[in-house]
Design a protein around this ligand. Structure first.
Ligand SMILES: NC(=O)c1ccc[n+]([C@@H]2O[C@H](COP(=O)([O-])OP(=O)(O)OC[C@H]3O[C@@H](n4cnc5c(N)ncnc54)[C@H](OP(=O)(O)O)[C@@H]3O)[C@@H](O)[C@H]2O)c1
Length: 266
Protein backbone atom coordinates (compact mmCIF):
# COMPACT_ATOMS: atom_id res chain seq x y z
CA UNK A 1 0.00 0.00 0.00
CA UNK A 2 1.18 3.50 -0.88
CA UNK A 3 2.22 5.41 2.23
CA UNK A 4 0.23 8.46 3.27
CA UNK A 5 3.13 10.78 2.52
CA UNK A 6 3.77 9.29 -0.94
CA UNK A 7 0.12 9.59 -1.89
CA UNK A 8 -0.73 12.95 -0.31
CA UNK A 9 2.59 14.72 0.34
CA UNK A 10 4.69 16.65 0.51
CA UNK A 11 2.41 19.61 1.37
CA UNK A 12 -1.16 19.82 2.68
CA UNK A 13 -3.18 23.00 2.30
CA UNK A 14 -5.90 23.37 4.94
CA UNK A 15 -8.34 26.26 5.01
CA UNK A 16 -9.87 27.32 8.30
CA UNK A 17 -6.83 25.90 10.07
CA UNK A 18 -6.64 28.48 12.86
CA UNK A 19 -8.90 26.44 15.16
CA UNK A 20 -11.42 23.60 15.44
CA UNK A 21 -11.61 20.81 12.88
CA UNK A 22 -9.26 22.54 10.39
CA UNK A 23 -6.48 22.90 12.96
CA UNK A 24 -6.90 19.22 13.84
CA UNK A 25 -6.65 18.19 10.17
CA UNK A 26 -3.37 20.10 9.99
CA UNK A 27 -2.05 18.42 13.14
CA UNK A 28 -3.01 14.92 11.95
CA UNK A 29 -1.35 15.53 8.56
CA UNK A 30 1.78 16.82 10.30
CA UNK A 31 1.79 13.71 12.46
CA UNK A 32 1.87 11.66 9.23
CA UNK A 33 4.89 13.68 8.06
CA UNK A 34 3.23 16.17 5.70
CA UNK A 35 4.27 19.83 5.67
CA UNK A 36 1.28 22.11 6.09
CA UNK A 37 0.01 25.44 4.82
CA UNK A 38 -2.53 26.93 7.21
CA UNK A 39 -5.07 29.42 5.88
CA UNK A 40 -7.52 31.54 7.91
CA UNK A 41 -7.95 35.18 8.88
CA UNK A 42 -6.75 35.19 12.52
CA UNK A 43 -2.95 35.72 12.39
CA UNK A 44 -2.37 35.09 16.08
CA UNK A 45 -4.19 31.73 16.12
CA UNK A 46 -2.49 30.69 12.87
CA UNK A 47 0.94 31.42 14.34
CA UNK A 48 0.09 29.45 17.49
CA UNK A 49 -0.90 26.43 15.35
CA UNK A 50 2.22 26.75 13.17
CA UNK A 51 4.52 26.89 16.23
CA UNK A 52 2.79 23.92 17.85
CA UNK A 53 2.98 21.84 14.67
CA UNK A 54 6.64 22.58 13.97
CA UNK A 55 7.60 21.99 17.59
CA UNK A 56 5.61 18.77 17.99
CA UNK A 57 5.98 17.06 14.61
CA UNK A 58 9.19 18.51 13.12
CA UNK A 59 7.60 19.29 9.74
CA UNK A 60 7.49 22.69 8.02
CA UNK A 61 4.42 24.86 8.46
CA UNK A 62 3.47 28.12 6.70
CA UNK A 63 0.62 30.46 7.48
CA UNK A 64 -1.44 32.60 5.12
CA UNK A 65 -3.72 35.15 6.77
CA UNK A 66 -6.37 35.50 4.11
CA UNK A 67 -10.06 36.26 3.86
CA UNK A 68 -11.51 33.59 1.57
CA UNK A 69 -14.50 35.81 0.86
CA UNK A 70 -12.19 38.01 -1.25
CA UNK A 71 -12.89 37.75 -4.98
CA UNK A 72 -9.15 37.45 -5.69
CA UNK A 73 -8.13 35.13 -2.83
CA UNK A 74 -6.47 32.62 -5.18
CA UNK A 75 -4.05 35.32 -6.42
CA UNK A 76 -2.75 35.55 -2.84
CA UNK A 77 -2.36 31.79 -2.45
CA UNK A 78 -0.72 31.00 -5.78
CA UNK A 79 2.67 32.65 -5.01
CA UNK A 80 2.82 30.77 -1.67
CA UNK A 81 2.05 27.38 -3.23
CA UNK A 82 3.81 27.75 -6.60
CA UNK A 83 7.04 26.15 -5.44
CA UNK A 84 5.33 23.73 -3.05
CA UNK A 85 3.59 20.61 -4.27
CA UNK A 86 0.12 20.44 -2.73
CA UNK A 87 -0.82 16.77 -2.48
CA UNK A 88 -3.65 17.28 -0.02
CA UNK A 89 -6.32 19.97 0.03
CA UNK A 90 -8.90 20.39 2.76
CA UNK A 91 -11.64 22.94 2.08
CA UNK A 92 -12.73 23.37 5.67
CA UNK A 93 -13.15 27.11 6.30
CA UNK A 94 -16.76 28.05 6.86
CA UNK A 95 -18.98 30.68 8.33
CA UNK A 96 -21.78 29.10 10.33
CA UNK A 97 -24.73 31.12 11.54
CA UNK A 98 -27.87 29.95 13.28
CA UNK A 99 -30.43 32.69 12.67
CA UNK A 100 -33.72 33.16 10.87
CA UNK A 101 -33.00 33.56 7.15
CA UNK A 102 -34.76 36.88 6.67
CA UNK A 103 -32.90 38.47 9.59
CA UNK A 104 -29.60 38.11 7.74
CA UNK A 105 -28.46 40.75 5.27
CA UNK A 106 -27.78 39.90 1.64
CA UNK A 107 -24.15 40.85 2.27
CA UNK A 108 -23.80 38.38 5.19
CA UNK A 109 -25.43 35.59 3.22
CA UNK A 110 -23.26 36.17 0.18
CA UNK A 111 -20.13 36.30 2.31
CA UNK A 112 -21.08 32.92 3.78
CA UNK A 113 -21.73 31.57 0.29
CA UNK A 114 -18.34 32.82 -0.91
CA UNK A 115 -16.34 31.30 1.96
CA UNK A 116 -18.24 28.02 2.26
CA UNK A 117 -18.92 27.20 -1.41
CA UNK A 118 -17.18 29.53 -3.90
CA UNK A 119 -13.76 29.19 -2.23
CA UNK A 120 -14.09 25.39 -2.15
CA UNK A 121 -14.96 25.34 -5.85
CA UNK A 122 -12.02 27.55 -6.88
CA UNK A 123 -9.48 25.73 -4.70
CA UNK A 124 -10.64 22.30 -5.83
CA UNK A 125 -10.37 23.22 -9.49
CA UNK A 126 -6.97 24.89 -9.17
CA UNK A 127 -5.20 22.32 -6.98
CA UNK A 128 -7.15 19.42 -8.52
CA UNK A 129 -5.57 20.26 -11.89
CA UNK A 130 -2.07 20.07 -10.43
CA UNK A 131 -2.87 16.81 -8.68
CA UNK A 132 -4.26 15.34 -11.91
CA UNK A 133 -0.95 16.16 -13.68
CA UNK A 134 0.88 14.20 -10.98
CA UNK A 135 -1.82 11.48 -10.92
CA UNK A 136 -2.12 11.52 -7.14
CA UNK A 137 -3.53 13.56 -4.31
CA UNK A 138 -6.43 13.99 -1.91
CA UNK A 139 -9.21 16.54 -1.56
CA UNK A 140 -11.58 16.72 1.39
CA UNK A 141 -14.61 19.00 1.12
CA UNK A 142 -16.25 19.80 4.43
CA UNK A 143 -19.96 19.31 4.31
CA UNK A 144 -22.28 18.79 7.28
CA UNK A 145 -25.12 16.55 8.35
CA UNK A 146 -27.30 19.59 7.57
CA UNK A 147 -26.57 18.89 3.89
CA UNK A 148 -28.69 15.75 4.07
CA UNK A 149 -31.95 17.67 4.00
CA UNK A 150 -33.22 21.22 4.32
CA UNK A 151 -32.71 22.66 7.79
CA UNK A 152 -34.38 25.79 9.14
CA UNK A 153 -32.32 28.63 10.64
CA UNK A 154 -29.21 27.46 8.76
CA UNK A 155 -30.81 27.52 5.31
CA UNK A 156 -27.95 29.20 3.45
CA UNK A 157 -25.29 27.30 5.44
CA UNK A 158 -27.06 23.99 4.72
CA UNK A 159 -27.26 24.92 1.02
CA UNK A 160 -23.51 25.57 0.87
CA UNK A 161 -22.84 22.28 2.66
CA UNK A 162 -25.07 20.38 0.23
CA UNK A 163 -23.03 21.95 -2.57
CA UNK A 164 -19.77 20.67 -1.04
CA UNK A 165 -21.21 17.21 -0.51
CA UNK A 166 -22.38 16.81 -4.10
CA UNK A 167 -19.21 18.38 -5.53
CA UNK A 168 -17.15 15.94 -3.44
CA UNK A 169 -19.16 12.85 -4.32
CA UNK A 170 -19.18 13.71 -8.02
CA UNK A 171 -15.44 14.30 -8.11
CA UNK A 172 -14.79 11.13 -6.11
CA UNK A 173 -15.74 9.26 -9.27
CA UNK A 174 -14.44 11.71 -11.88
CA UNK A 175 -11.07 12.58 -10.34
CA UNK A 176 -10.73 9.12 -8.84
CA UNK A 177 -9.95 7.94 -12.35
CA UNK A 178 -6.96 10.28 -12.27
CA UNK A 179 -5.55 9.02 -8.99
CA UNK A 180 -7.12 11.67 -6.76
CA UNK A 181 -9.07 10.64 -3.67
CA UNK A 182 -11.98 13.03 -3.06
CA UNK A 183 -14.28 12.93 -0.05
CA UNK A 184 -17.37 14.89 0.90
CA UNK A 185 -17.17 14.79 4.68
CA UNK A 186 -20.05 15.47 7.07
CA UNK A 187 -19.05 16.01 10.67
CA UNK A 188 -21.84 15.66 13.20
CA UNK A 189 -21.86 18.00 16.19
CA UNK A 190 -18.18 18.44 17.04
CA UNK A 191 -16.85 20.43 19.98
CA UNK A 192 -15.13 23.40 18.35
CA UNK A 193 -15.17 27.18 18.91
CA UNK A 194 -17.52 27.48 15.92
CA UNK A 195 -19.97 24.98 17.43
CA UNK A 196 -19.80 26.41 20.92
CA UNK A 197 -20.33 30.02 19.82
CA UNK A 198 -24.01 29.14 19.31
CA UNK A 199 -24.41 28.03 22.98
CA UNK A 200 -25.84 24.64 22.02
CA UNK A 201 -28.00 22.56 24.34
CA UNK A 202 -27.61 19.10 22.80
CA UNK A 203 -30.33 16.66 23.82
CA UNK A 204 -30.11 12.95 24.47
CA UNK A 205 -30.08 11.98 20.81
CA UNK A 206 -27.23 14.28 19.84
CA UNK A 207 -23.68 13.04 20.32
CA UNK A 208 -21.01 15.73 20.47
CA UNK A 209 -17.71 14.39 19.15
CA UNK A 210 -14.17 15.59 19.78
CA UNK A 211 -12.09 17.00 16.89
CA UNK A 212 -9.63 14.12 17.00
CA UNK A 213 -12.23 11.43 16.42
CA UNK A 214 -14.08 13.50 13.80
CA UNK A 215 -10.93 14.07 11.73
CA UNK A 216 -9.80 10.45 12.18
CA UNK A 217 -13.11 9.34 10.60
CA UNK A 218 -12.48 11.55 7.57
CA UNK A 219 -9.00 10.14 7.05
CA UNK A 220 -10.27 6.62 7.49
CA UNK A 221 -12.92 7.16 4.78
CA UNK A 222 -10.65 9.00 2.32
CA UNK A 223 -9.94 6.90 -0.75
CA UNK A 224 -12.67 4.42 0.12
CA UNK A 225 -15.97 6.27 0.04
CA UNK A 226 -17.41 9.24 -1.90
CA UNK A 227 -18.77 10.71 1.34
CA UNK A 228 -18.93 9.99 5.02
CA UNK A 229 -21.06 11.08 7.98
CA UNK A 230 -18.97 11.12 11.16
CA UNK A 231 -20.24 9.15 14.14
CA UNK A 232 -22.05 5.80 14.23
CA UNK A 233 -25.19 7.29 15.81
CA UNK A 234 -25.33 10.06 13.18
CA UNK A 235 -24.96 7.54 10.36
CA UNK A 236 -27.76 5.43 11.79
CA UNK A 237 -30.06 8.43 12.32
CA UNK A 238 -29.58 9.80 8.81
CA UNK A 239 -29.89 6.35 7.23
CA UNK A 240 -33.25 5.86 8.96
CA UNK A 241 -34.49 9.37 8.16
CA UNK A 242 -33.32 9.24 4.55
CA UNK A 243 -34.84 5.86 3.82
CA UNK A 244 -37.95 5.69 5.93
CA UNK A 245 -39.34 9.18 6.35
CA UNK A 246 -41.05 11.42 3.81
CA UNK A 247 -38.93 14.47 3.08
CA UNK A 248 -41.31 16.89 4.84
CA UNK A 249 -41.06 14.87 8.07
CA UNK A 250 -37.28 14.71 7.92
CA UNK A 251 -37.05 18.49 7.36
CA UNK A 252 -39.47 19.04 10.25
CA UNK A 253 -37.50 16.82 12.64
CA UNK A 254 -34.10 18.42 12.01
CA UNK A 255 -35.59 21.92 11.99
CA UNK A 256 -37.34 21.41 15.33
CA UNK A 257 -34.14 19.99 16.78
CA UNK A 258 -32.35 23.19 15.64
CA UNK A 259 -34.90 25.18 17.69
CA UNK A 260 -34.24 23.00 20.76
CA UNK A 261 -30.46 22.90 20.49
CA UNK A 262 -29.64 26.42 19.32
CA UNK A 263 -32.59 28.72 20.23
CA UNK A 264 -32.22 30.71 16.97
CA UNK A 265 -34.63 33.47 18.04
CA UNK A 266 -32.55 34.58 21.06
N1 LIG B 1 -18.25 21.72 14.54
C1 LIG B 1 -19.34 21.13 14.08
O1 LIG B 1 -20.21 20.69 14.87
C2 LIG B 1 -19.55 20.95 12.60
C3 LIG B 1 -20.65 20.21 12.17
C4 LIG B 1 -20.86 20.04 10.81
C5 LIG B 1 -19.96 20.57 9.89
N2 LIG B 1 -18.88 21.30 10.34
C6 LIG B 1 -18.00 21.85 9.33
O2 LIG B 1 -16.65 21.60 9.68
C7 LIG B 1 -15.82 22.70 9.30
C8 LIG B 1 -15.05 23.22 10.49
O3 LIG B 1 -15.97 23.54 11.51
P1 LIG B 1 -15.49 24.13 12.91
O4 LIG B 1 -16.59 23.85 13.86
O5 LIG B 1 -14.09 23.69 13.20
O6 LIG B 1 -15.50 25.70 12.58
P2 LIG B 1 -14.93 26.94 13.40
O7 LIG B 1 -14.50 26.56 14.77
O8 LIG B 1 -15.96 28.03 13.26
O9 LIG B 1 -13.67 27.33 12.51
C9 LIG B 1 -13.89 27.83 11.24
C10 LIG B 1 -12.56 28.08 10.58
O10 LIG B 1 -12.82 28.75 9.34
C11 LIG B 1 -12.04 29.94 9.29
N3 LIG B 1 -12.71 30.99 8.52
C12 LIG B 1 -13.94 31.52 8.75
N4 LIG B 1 -14.18 32.52 7.89
C13 LIG B 1 -13.08 32.62 7.10
C14 LIG B 1 -12.73 33.47 6.01
N5 LIG B 1 -13.53 34.45 5.60
N6 LIG B 1 -11.54 33.30 5.42
C15 LIG B 1 -10.68 32.33 5.86
N7 LIG B 1 -10.95 31.50 6.87
C16 LIG B 1 -12.15 31.64 7.49
C17 LIG B 1 -11.85 30.32 10.75
O11 LIG B 1 -10.67 31.05 10.96
P3 LIG B 1 -10.56 32.62 11.24
O12 LIG B 1 -11.64 33.01 12.21
O13 LIG B 1 -9.17 32.75 11.77
O14 LIG B 1 -10.73 33.23 9.90
C18 LIG B 1 -11.67 28.96 11.41
O15 LIG B 1 -10.34 28.54 11.29
C19 LIG B 1 -16.75 23.73 8.68
O16 LIG B 1 -16.75 23.60 7.29
C20 LIG B 1 -18.11 23.37 9.23
O17 LIG B 1 -19.17 23.75 8.36
C21 LIG B 1 -18.67 21.49 11.67
Amino acid sequence: MESFITKYGPWALVTGASRGIGAEFARQFAKQGLNVILVATNKRLLTEQKDLIERTYGVAARTVALDLAREDFLDVLIPVTKSREIGMLVCNAAISTVRPFLEQSEEELLRQFYVNARAALILTRHYGKHMAERKRGGIILLSSASAMNGTAYVANYAGTKAYNLILGESLWYELGKQGIDVLGFMPGCTKTPGFEQHNPEPGRLVTVMGVMETVAEALEALGKHPSRIAGGMNRLMYAIMGRLLPRRQAVGIVSRSMEKIFHPFN
